[in-house]
Write a protein that binds this ligand. Structure first.
Ligand SMILES: [Zn+2]
Length: 247
């Protein structure tokens, strides 16, 4: 990890703790840099052990209270008709909509079917909508996912592929982790390693703040099993590159 803040210490143990505040907190400079680098720490979403000790309704009440405080600190007049409902709206949106995929109870159940047609070629579902939120800035990441698998004898309903993508999108995310979490779930559900996931997405934290680049997108991919073979991967990439069928 690159740490090039101005307050670099010269540690004797070879490690660099540049930019860490004396009291153990990160300073602003390091926080900005870690966020803009969009690094991630683990494949699993970092969760506390007591994550679900509070029920959803209590979480909504508590977030409402805290979000009201954020708005107050910003100096907004919470008695204004347009603003007074915002803390509760935001709290409900966090818990019940955009971050509902933190709760494993909301994971879509996936029914497997026998591959009666003996269709043994790859199945590709492309242009699946991706709407998730950058865990460093809590603003949207919007794009599309292409997923593919080769049946090991079982198949899954097509809409389940969308639902699996959407479930992992409904968390604060980094794109790399999102890609791997979707791939791992597909491998688990479909009982095969022959899975590929490609995500192409625009990060609003890059386009609307920071470097404010409106045009760049980020592409991540995960290829495993037969998709590690060049010819299989090229076949998938050809399908993905084809123009979509218009309706
Ligand atoms: Zn971000």
């Amino acid at each position: 990890m690159k740490l090039n803040g101005t307050s670099s210490s010269t540690p004797s143990n070879g490690q660099t703790f540049t930019g860490i505040h004396k009291n153990g907190n990160y300073n602003d400079e390091l926080v900005d840099e870690l966020g803009d680098d969009h690094g991630t720490t683990s494949i699993d979403t970092p969760m506390r052990e007591d994550a679900f000790d509070l029920d959803d309704d209590l979480k909504v009440d508590l977030i409402e209270e805290h979000f009201r405080e954020i708005m107050n600190i910003l100096g907004l007049d919470l008695t204004d008709d347009s603003l007074k409902g915002s803390p509760r709206r935001v709290a409900k949106m966090y818990v019940k909509e955009i971050f509902s995929g933190l709760n494993p109870d909301n994971k879509p159940a996936s029914t497997l079917f026998d591959n009666k047609f003996q269709y043994n070629e790859m199945l590709v579902e492309k242009d699946i909508t991706v709407q998730t939120y950058c865990e460093h800035h809590f603003v949207p990441i919007i794009g599309k996912a292409h997923v593919a698998y080769i049946s090991s004898g079982k198949v899954i309903g097509l809409s389940k592929l969308n639902r699996i993508v959407d479930y992992f999108c409904k968390r604060p995310q980094v794109q790399e982790r999102l890609t791997i979490q979707i791939a791992n779930e597909l491998k688990r559900v479909l009982e095969t390693e022959d899975v590929a996931v490609i995500i192409d997405a625009k990060h609003l934290c890059v386009s609307t703040r920071g470097v404010r680049d409106l045009n760049s997108t980020t592409i991540t991919s995960s290829y495993s099993g037969k998709f590690e073979q060049e010819s299989t991967r090229q076949e998938l990439l050809r399908y993905v590159a084809q123009p979509s069928v218009g309706l």
